[in-house]
Write a protein that binds this ligand. Structure first.
Ligand code: F6R
Ligand code: MG
Ligand code: MG
Length: 373
């Protein structure tokens, strides 16, 4: 059996500074300390701690496979420790996403978001991870379609014979908890018919059709109501493999030349423009946003993130670039247009989505006052 490497990106909102704005340094330090210790013990080979807005992100590379109980426990314990620190500092929303008390072997379904991809390393394996705040898994539908199915975005679909067979998409129906695999280009119209409904259908995995090589994994799982919270709406992460018969890094980033609208933003109840930013700007402000997305690039090498001689993982902050200034400007223009509409649809989400908010309590209060018209 060839050796396999696993990339795990596990994230959680454990509390933040000044409302739901940003994960402050003491919490990042807790994560750094725990992951460093477990790297020294040999559980994981490499790690990188970062945040996007109020979400603490643990990027880990190891050889233990997907859904490994020890790796998941490390993430869970780290989030617990960071939440304790947040409580001590009276940070906002301490422990917000930790929806269960006892760890039971797998962190899925306990609140945190998880994307994991086990790969057989190619000669060189470039990876891009995306992490977004103040939006949900459906926010990735449009770029994922563009990257793996749109020949007007990904030149390789036209030019590179290694991509000629197209890609297969696993689409989750988050309402009825079922999934379907659709192959492009043959079933492109069916794929768009489903994933254009971004609030219900979400892409969870992508494979290269000719050899079933895994190319993308998202954090969306089936809809789960845990402790009354609709977890499917959680700030999403995604892992994508690039180059050499797969979309190039530049083709993976090309859909972000322009902003587009995603659900989330203030109180998870609005349509808002996605804003691609570098890590230094991955913090939500205006109307608790606009929703931000970060893209980090790295190379996987011999079960690790390729690192400098002193062991520091080499991470490329891909949206920290003037090339994405247009999208950022567009995001502000769309934000200004949408916010002019205040709490009127379509700036605010439709009624089905508002079911998961405190608006229900207001409707409940008015219930007795409605008279037949
Ligand atoms: C959205 C988000 C924020 C909060 C808002 C109200 O995902 O986290 O927009 O919904 O700041 O927060 P509370 O109810 O905690 O005051
Ligand atoms: Mg929060
Ligand atoms: Mg968040």
């Amino acid at each position: 059996m060839p050796k396999k490497t696993t990339v795990s990106l596990i994230k959680c909102d454990v509390g933040s500074l000044a409302g739901h704005h940003v994960v402050p340094k003491p919490l990042l330090d807790v994560a750094e300390k725990n992951l460093k210790a477990m790297k020294e013990e040999g559980l994981i080979n490499s790690y990188y701690v970062f945040n996007v807005g109020d979400d603490l992100q643990l990027l880990m590379v190891h050889e233990k496979g997907e859904s490994n109980p020890e790796v998941h426990k490390l993430a869970w314990d780290t989030f617990r420790d960071a939440a304790d620190k947040a409580l001590e500092l009276k940070l906002y929303g301490a422990g917000q996403d930790l929806l269960k008390t006892a760890f039971s072997g797998n962190i899925r379904g306990m609140g945190p978001g998880v994307a994991e991809m086990e790969i057989e390393e190619r000669g060189s394996d470039p990876i891009v991870v995306f992490a977004a705040d103040k939006t949900s898994g459906g926010a990735f539908n449009l770029p994922i379609f563009r990257i793996f199915a749109d020949p007007m975005n990904t030149a390789g679909l036209v030019i590179d014979p290694n991509m000629a067979g197209g890609f297969k998409f696993e689409v989750l129906d988050t309402i009825e908890n079922k999934s379907v695999v659709l192959k492009c280009p043959e079933e492109m119209y069916e794929l768009i018919a489903l994933i254009g409904t971004v609030q219900r259908y979400m892409v969870s995995r992508v494979w290269r059709a000719r050899d079933d090589l895994i190319c993308a994994v998202g954090s969306v799982t089936r809809l789960s109501q845990i402790a009354g919270k609709y977890v499917g709406k959680d700030d999403p992460v995604m892992i994508i493999r690039a180059q050499h018969g797969l979309p190039a890094v530049g083709e993976i980033l090309a859909p972000f030349m322009h902003s587009y609208l995603v659900e989330g933003w203030m109180r998870g109840s609005h349509w808002g423009p996605i804003m691609p930013v570098g890590l230094k700007d991955a913090k939500c402000t205006l109307f608790d946003g606009p929703p931000r997305i970060v893209a980090l690039g790295f190379q996987v090498a011999n079960g690790k993130i390729a690192s400098t001689d002193d062991g520091k993982p080499m991470i490329a902050d891909l949206f920290d670039d003037p090339a994405f200034a247009l999208a950022r400007k567009e995001a502000l223009e769309y934000a200004s247009m949408l916010r002019r509409m205040g709490e009127f649809e379509p700036a605010r989400l439709g009624p089905e989505e508002m079911e998961y908010t405190t608006l229900q309590q207001i409707l409940e209060r008015l219930k007795g006052r409605f008279k037949p018209a």
